[in-house]
Design a protein around this ligand. Structure first.
Ligand SMILES: NC(=O)c1ccc[n+]([C@@H]2O[C@H](COP(=O)([O-])OP(=O)(O)OC[C@H]3O[C@@H](n4cnc5c(N)ncnc54)[C@H](OP(=O)(O)O)[C@@H]3O)[C@@H](O)[C@H]2O)c1
Length: 323
């Protein structure tokens, strides 16, 4: 099998593609032929040793894959060769095949192609968990999404629209704002050049109800101050680097709520809850209520380039590696 190898934490240029012996199947395991592997912002951080999760090196990066079951190990029932699945593997996904516990397989609807499926789980589960489990959003409420042209941003727009909310998208470039509009945002703010707080208040007629913030840094405080009475500010990530410190009087004022979101950590604490999130996600896709966009596909050899593009803020939307 072919895999991307991260030999040690450090520059992404150290990554290479190699051919290794495919693992044998143990009790309860299945083999999945990988059609596409999703690339996420965190994958690049992990390879550089800049993320809280640090696998033993060398390791194969890549946290989510979609493909077809090609072999079923002893003790596995209810899964047939040929089943189309997506799997959140944590590590090991940038490979032509993976061997995973049968219990971790998620069947995908026929209407969902492998590339969309491979880029779905982390972004959409985080967005759905945030807007339905960590807070709620009512039809007609305003949601301000920062980093709106990125993976979390586009998923949050899609989920918020499916829940009946109105969305303001904030991003740095015309291309990312266009992607956000295509996903259903009805207004946009170029937050590097426009006044985020003032524009968000103007567009929403006084203030937004929910902020989705996967970016952190300088945009967080103006976004918090753009929330109206009883507004919810969802802390998703710090893609820009700096972890902002906000004056707590802006939380007190207007009875605002700060909502911490750690979808990854929660999946270990409440695996059944996460299965329900995934089931809800798949039914919303089957019902045509969610519309994940097609990611850009690259060969395994471009793993470092794609991860670097995300870390350098160059890419809009999602990307997958196709082994
Ligand atoms: N809490 C959770 O459960 C959870 C789950 C998944 C991911 N995350 C975190 O969420 C964050 C976003 O993930 P993602 O998949 O949406 O990433 P992404 O696709 O790369 O998008 C991140 C966006 O952040 C913005 N950004 C601003 N300054 C940046 C900078 N200096 N470098 C890179 N990006 C910058 C960019 O938008 P503009 O150029 O428009 O500003 C970019 O599109 C990451 O920190 C990730 O670790 C958290």
């Amino acid at each position: 099998m072919r895999t991307v190898i991260c030999p040690a934490f450090g520059p992404l240029a150290n990554l290479s593609v190699t051919t290794t012996e495919a693992p044998t199947l143990g009790e309860g395991m299945v083999r999945v032929d990988v059609a596409a592997a999703g690339v996420n912002f965190v994958d690049g951080l992990i390879c550089q040793g800049k993320y809280q999760l640090k696998p033993p090196t060398p390791f194969v990066p890549g946290s989510e894959v979609a493909g077809t079951v090609t072999e079923v190990g002893p003790g596995v029932t209810g899964i047939d060769v040929g089943t189309r699945v997506v799997v959140f593997v944590g590590f090991g996904g940038f490979a032509s095949e993976v061997v995973v516990p049968a219990l971790t397989l998620i069947r995908i609807p026929d209407s969902l192609d492998f590339e969309r499926a491979a880029a779905l789980i982390q972004s959409y589960c985080t967005a759905l968990f945030t807007l339905t489990r960590r807070t709620t959003v009512a039809p007609g409420e305003w949601v301000l999404v920062l980093g709106a042209g990125g993976g979390i941003g586009l998923a949050a727009i899609d989920v918020a629209r499916a829940l009946g909310a109105r969305v303001i998208a904030a991003a740095s470039s015309p291309g990312k704002l266009a992607a956000a509009s295509a996903m259903g945002a009805e207004a946009t703010i170029a937050y590097e050049t426009e006044d985020l707080k003032t524009r968000a208040r103007e567009i929403s007629g006084g203030g937004v109800d929910v902020v989705i913030d996967p970016v952190g840094g300088a945009h967080s405080e103006p976004a918090l101050r753009a929330t109206r009475h009883l507004g919810r500010f969802c802390v998703i990530g710090f893609a820009s680097g700096p972890i902002p410190s906000v004056p707590l009087n802006h939380v007190l004022l207007n009875n605002r709520t700060m909502v911490g979101v750690d979808w990854g950590g929660w999946t270990f604490k409440d695996p059944e809850g996460n299965r329900q999130v995934i089931a809800q996600l798949m039914s919303m896709i089957e019902e045509g209520r969610l519309h994940p966009t097609a990611p850009v596909a690259h060969p395994l050899e471009q793993a470092a380039t794609v991860m670097g593009g995300l870390l350098d803020r160059d890419l809009a939307g999602k990307a997958v590696l196709v082994p």
